[in-house]
Design a binder for this molecule. Structure first.
Ligand SMILES: [Cu+2]
Length: 161
């Protein structure tokens, strides 16, 4: 019995080391959020896109809201081709995350749209945000800001003004 304590301790250290190094993922209940990231915004830009991957090991759920102090509001959007034109629309009911599924929010598909951003996101920053799931509840995450998109203004494309 005396031997088991140091063995367990060593095992715990072994497991916690690599896990902490990986760690750009977040969990709430049976939902795992992987690699939330955003693109750097051009000076003066007011709208930014956010992307992440959601894996649901539990029952059917739904991402219903995103909030951050960095934007006046954040919406969930869908981008798709409609008669040869890229259009975006707000998903008023959020993004469905079915049981057992992984849903990707990525450029050209579902995404978070940060609206009326006071200070454009800069590469290397982390944007703290709260995600709300209909069943799993809320979770604090950080969007890591990467380089700006190639096209510059394409975060705005499809948003008819
Ligand atoms: Cu959008």
């Amino acid at each position: 019995m005396k031997k088991s304590t140091p063995t367990l301790l060593a095992l715990a250290l072994l497991l916690s080391g690599p896990a902490m190094a990986l760690a750009h993922d977040f969990k709430v209940g049976q939902i795992e959020i992987d690699h939330p990231h955003a693109r750097a915004m051009l000076p003066g830009a007011k709208v930014g896109g956010g992307y992440l991957s959601i894996t649901n090991e539990g029952a059917d759920d739904r991402l219903v809201a995103v909030a951050t102090a960095r934007a006046a509001s954040a919406q969930l959007h869908e981008m798709k081709m409609d008669g040869g034109i890229m259009v975006m629309r707000e998903l008023k009911d959020g993004v469905a995350v079915p049981a057992g599924a992984t849903v990707e929010l990525k450029p050209g598909g579902y995404h978070v749209m940060f609206m009326n951003v006071a200070e454009p996101f800069k590469e290397g920053e982390k944007i703290a945000a709260t995600l709300t799931f209909e069943k799993a509840g809320t979770v604090e995450v950080e969007f890591t800001v990467g380089p700006a998109a190639g096209g510059g203004q394409d975060a705005n494309k499809g948003h008819g003004q």
